[in-house]
Design a protein around this ligand. Structure first.
Ligand SMILES: C[S@@+](CC[C@H](N)C(=O)[O-])C[C@H]1O[C@@H](n2cnc3c(N)ncnc32)[C@H](O)[C@@H]1O
Length: 277
């Protein structure tokens, strides 16, 4: 591919350009699928999902763009409370906070491949950057995360620290069973990526049963979204989902499910009926 390009230059201009193979200034992507070949000019350089804020990751972190996609699909209004009681290294919290602050995810990034293009217009780029708020003085909502592992919460805090939204996100070391809404009448959204039990011998059914009970008792007024690849464990939640969306977390086929937890009726019954097992 590189040779074809430089040879074309030589034929056209009589000189073969020098290209550093390890750190080329302009990148092309070549996708080959059977007899179809797609050649595209890469305008980004390092992949856009590598947001650059994650120094510290846990064992099963969500890819940043999947986290952002889940939040978008949930329809969160970016004003009501956002909670993730299985926050791990904080990916969902960070993406939610960036969205709430109106900050583009690549805010800290200096280099994009398009800056090496001949038609790159620095003035246009600077004027786009100038529209982005430089300082965040508050968020329009509460963003709260917790995890049972102290080490995970330390990682989340480390990742948050480098970002302009970091200080507005509350984190704590807690088992989800002990987590409470910030106030009795708070409404909002929970998006969580609990363990799937993919590893040998990891039993998660009981945890999902407890999660369902906890959502019913503690999360009234919230839309609770759970992503998991474990379809049997979902049934243990004992709640009927309002929505099911098929998503892939890497190679793993998962379901992203919404459970609306209503305030009980006057008799104290939940409107959400259990899913049939
Ligand atoms: C799949 S990871 C979440 C990864 C996270 N979304 C990220 O991007 O880093 C699941 C997390 O659930 C936490 N966890 C397991 N049991 C828990 C419990 N009972 N309460 C709270 N967190 C728990 C684990 O410590 C782990 O960090």
């Amino acid at each position: 591919m590189k040779d074809a390009i430089v040879d074309t230059f030589r034929d056209e201009f009589g000189e073969r350009p020098d290209v550093s193979v390890k750190t080329p200034q302009v990148l092309f992507d070549v996708y080959i699928n059977k007899k179809e070949v797609i050649i595209s000019l890469n305008t980004s350089g390092a992949p856009l999902f590598q947001r650059g804020y994650r120094d510290s990751i846990g064992e099963a972190p969500l890819n940043e763009v999947i986290a952002a996609g889940l939040i978008r699909m949930s329809g969160w209004d970016k004003k009501s409370t956002f909670m993730d009681p299985f926050c791990g290294s904080g990916t969902l919290l960070i993406e939610a906070a960036l969205m709430a602050a109106g900050l583009p995810p690549q805010i800290e990034r200096q280099h994009f491949a398009f800056k090496n293009f001949k038609n790159y217009d620095a003035e246009v780029w600077e004027s786009i950057l100038a529209e982005i708020p430089r300082r965040v003085t508050e968020l329009p909502c509460e963003i709260i995360g917790s995890d049972i592992e102290a080490d995970m919460v330390t990682r989340a805090r480390r990742n948050l620290r480098g970002l302009p939204i970091g200080r507005f996100v509350k984190t704590s070391v807690d088992a989800f069973q002990d987590v409470k809404k910030p106030s009795e009448d708070a409404t909002g959204i929970m998006i969580s990526n609990p363990p799937y039990g993919e590893r040998m011998g990891e039993e998660v059914e009981e945890m999902y049963e407890e999660l369902g009970d906890w959502m019913k008792t503690e999360m009234k007024g919230f839309n609770c979204w759970v992503i998991s690849s474990n379809l049997d464990a979902f049934k243990e939640l004992g709640l009927r989902p309002d929505r099911k969306i098929k998503v892939f977390n890497g190679d793993l086929e998962c379901s992203f499910r919404k459970y609306s937890i209503y305030e009980g009726s006057k008799k104290g019954k939940y409107m959400n009926k259990p899913e049939e097992k």
